[in-house]
Design a protein around this ligand. Structure first.
Ligand code: BES
Ligand code: MN
Ligand code: ZN
Length: 467
């Protein structure tokens, strides 16, 4: 059933009530409502709901407490999510007031929709559907639905266990999305990766019986500015021969989170017909130990021609990403954005709510921060601190894939990628978590589409005419 209902018929009005309004509302209400308000003890606390019946006992109106009033887009998203989650299934509402700001309403309605996400693929019983809301004309229902579809896709891909989300299945997902929007997709896998000079992607993936692959999707008018997305698609990260501990391996089905978010973004860009020539590259591999696996101390070749000594097989993300980035740059894009669950260090630095990003271009950074604020999807800039580059030196290869100490680990990882991107400057690198350890309104525990909405708004601001 649709969360955003199409008709006003059979919907009941929803009133926003702050603490000051409550008294007024009470004074103006009929005696039945007054009595009902009194005995339910509704206080208009932030995000609380109250369904008020008419005298037949049917739901007549809904009050939504706002305490004060949301102060920023984030408040609106959370308010929407709490409202939807608090109402009984089967309720369908419309907004009683019409004088809302379109941007605030958009965030409120998006939050409402996000509350409906649940990963249910393996559950034998489905949850009851979420309460519905009618979308007023000043907000685009299609745009809301596209965003929900993109966020849900990314979350589903991450949440799906690695047993059912190998390189082949991730490739099939890309083919399905491509078919939906008339995009072209090519998959290079197994031996073909070596034949076509993607030696680093092959090296990381060859330890698994599930063949490594490079997903390459293209869409849009070739005359539009070229936007290239690259997402880390490590479908499961055991660490390889440098095996992770049980606790560190537990959630590594999420190590294709960068691939999942870039696929969600690609889908959203296509659904919204953003005027760009899109390219999406996802190196999809399983990092497994085994007699075929790449080893600590091996020196591998990369597509760019930089040789890399493997200091640690668990620093595999940067190794697969570097071949994809080198390929991305052969077409001189207008903008290159990569997303990867690259380091634990980024999470230690910023925690689960703040995706870290790096760019040399201040203008890009500021535009991204502005967009993130507009849609309540925060991101945080980190430094591409070149003096740390020396930590990646190897005496016997051009580069080491891992620094001798973990200090500044997310920065040295970014600097490693930079070696494959320079001298190109319009590059933004994201080190994301792709996950939530505990739920927030609109975001259950599990896979998360980190920074997806922030990046999409940034792209809209950059590429959409009259944005
Ligand atoms: N996928 C992990 C990073 C990760 C771990 C992200 C936990 C989010 C949560 C990555 O491949 C990895 O193992 N990185 C190592 C790098 C180290 C060996 C230089 C890390 O962060 O410990
Ligand atoms: Mn790893
Ligand atoms: Zn990894």
């Amino acid at each position: 059933m649709d969360i955003y209902c199409k008709a006003l018929a059979d919907t009941i009005p929803l009133f926003f009530v702050n603490k000051d309004d409550l008294q007024l509302f009470r004074d103006e209400a009929d005696s039945f409502t007054q009595a009902f308000l009194k005995h339910t003890g509704f206080e208009a606390s932030f995000g609380t709901t109250l369904v008020i019946p008419n005298t037949d006992g049917n739901a007549a109106k809904v009050l939504l407490g706002t305490k004060g009033w949301p102060e920023d887009p984030r408040g609106w998203v959370i308010l929407g999510a709490k409202a939807a989650a608090g109402l009984p299934s089967g309720t369908a509402v419309h907004l009683a007031d019409s004088d809302f700001d379109a941007a605030e309403l958009q965030q409120f309605l998006l939050g409402w929709g996000l509350a409906g996400y649940k990963f249910s693929r393996y559950l034998s019983k489905e949850d009851k559907p979420l309460a519905q809301i009618f979308v007023p004309e000043k907000v685009s229902r299609a745009a809301l639905e596209h965003q929900l579809t993109a966020v849900s896709l990314a979350r589903d891909l991450v949440n799906t266990p690695a047993q059912d989300m190998g390189p082949g299945e991730l490739s099939a997902e890309a083919q399905r999305i491509a078919a939906d929007y008339g995009a072209e997709v090519s998959i290079t896998k197994g031996q073909a990766l070596l034949d076509q000079n993607f030696p680093a992607i092959h090296a990381v993936g060859r330890g698994s019986s599930r063949e490594p692959a490079l997903i390459d999707l293209r869409w849009g008018n070739p005359d539009h500015p070229k936007l290239t997305l690259v997402g880390k698609g490590v479908v499961f990260d055991t660490g390889g021969l440098d095996l992770k501990s049980a606790a560190n391996m537990r959630w590594m089905k999420k190590d294709m989170g960068g691939g999942a978010v870039t696929m969600g973004l690609a889908q959203l860009i296509m659904a919204e017909k953003l005027p760009v020539r899109l390219r999406l590259l996802v190196p999809a591999v399983e990092n497994s130990p085994g007699d075929c696996a790449y080893r600590p101390g091996d020196i591998i070749q990369t597509r760019k021609g930089i040789s890399v000594e493997i200091g640690n097989t668990d620093a595999e993300g940067r190794v697969v990403m570097c071949d994809a980035l080198a390929e991305a740059l052969t077409e001189d894009p207008d903008l290159l954005i990569d997303m990867a669950t690259l380091t634990g260090a980024a999470r230690v630095a910023l925690g689960q709510d703040l995706p870290a990003f790096w760019t040399q271009e201040d203008e890009l950074a500021h535009a991204l921060e502005k967009a993130a604020g507009e849609v309540a999807d925060p991101v945080w800039r980190m430094p591409l601190w070149h003096p740390y580059r020396k930590m990646l030196k190897s005496p016997i290869a051009d580069l080491n894939n891992c620094a001798p100490s973990g200090l500044g680990g997310s920065i040295t990882a970014a600097l490693y990628l930079h070696e494959f991107v320079k001298p190109f400057r319009n590059w933004i690198h994201f080190d994301i978590f792709g996950w939530r350890n505990d739920a927030m309104p609109g975001s259950p525990k599990g896979g998360e589409a980190s920074a997806l909405r922030a990046v999409f708004r940034f792209l809209e601001n950059r590429y959409r005419e009259n944005a």
